[in-house]
Design a protein around this ligand. Structure first.
Ligand code: GDP
Length: 238
């Protein structure tokens, strides 16, 4: 999938302020410093797509970008800010938790994990939370260029072992390096496949004017025709 357009839509402090649910959404989240901004810039092919998300005042908001006019990239606030006051932290956690639990247009969460670190408690707890709330997700190990391949492999295996008791079949696992431009095609393919599934349900085709030559499915359909409360992509990774 090519990215022909990436347009900042809005920053939302809570679920009520999010845009309508007319487009499938793909959300990115991870601990602070995991490499999320760099990854989003790489995926979008824009040097400063994530700039807005790192602007003071926006870091705790849910940031929406409309991609190719057919889907939304959602930049969620990082978790694990030890320095955030308890009161603030619970507030921003609630917005993210509500978004993840209740947003019916959410197709898939990309849970970012630093490949250079052994399994971190916060990441494991977050994965457990995703599972217990039936949120569809894939794991993306970031910055694989930063440490030796054997270390990356060891850390991924250790992470898999930590979460394997919760799965019959492990979630999809991907790797990336924004520095080496690795993983872009793979991650965009995950999105493209989910889009095809999401749009395969009934509904009128998008107008030709709403898509571009590079836009994914020829048979793109509006998600808003989905029954309320049903995620567009029920293909959970477990
Ligand atoms: P965020 O806080 O999750 O948005 O992380 P950033 O994208 O701002 O990256 C945090 C730090 O990791 C910065 O110093 C980046 O230059 C660095 N970084 C991000 N992605 C990569 C990567 O793929 N490889 C390496 N070696 N460093 C990276």
């Amino acid at each position: 999938m090519n990215i022909s357009s990436a347009i900042f839509d809005r920053s939302a402090p809570d679920l009520d302020s999010c845009p309508d649910e007319s487009l499938p959404e793909f959300a990115f989240i991870g601990r602070s410093n995991v490499g999320k901004s760099s990854l989003l810039n790489m995926l979008s092919g824009r040097k400063d797509l994530a700039r807005v998300s790192t602007t003071p005042g926006h870091t705790k908001l849910i940031n929406f970008f409309t991609m190719n006019k057919t889907w939304r990239l959602v930049d969620l606030p990082g978790y694990g800010f030890a320095q955030v006051a308890r009161k603030d932290r619970s507030k921003f956690n609630r917005a993210v938790a509500e978004y993840l639990k209740l947003r019916t247009s959410l197709c898939c969460v990309f849970a970012l994990i630093d490949s250079g670190l052994p399994p971190q408690k916060l990441d494991i707890e977050f994965v457990e939370w995703l599972i217990s709330n039936s949120v569809p997700f894939v794991l993306v190990f970031t910055k694989i260029d930063a440490v030796a391949p054997a270390t990356v492999q060891k850390n991924i295996e250790a992470f898999k072992e930590c979460i394997s008791p919760w799965f019959e079949k492990l979630p999809e696992i991907h790797t990336c390096s924004a520095t080496m431009k690795h993983g872009r095609t793979e991650l965009l393919t995950v999105i493209e496949k989910a889009l095809i599934e999401a749009y395969a349900e009934s509904g009128p085709l998008l107008d030709a004017s709403e898509t571009s030559a590079e836009d994914p499915p020829a048979a793109v359909r509006k998600v808003s025709n989905r029954p309320q409360g049903k995620r567009p992509n029920p293909a959970r990774p477990w």
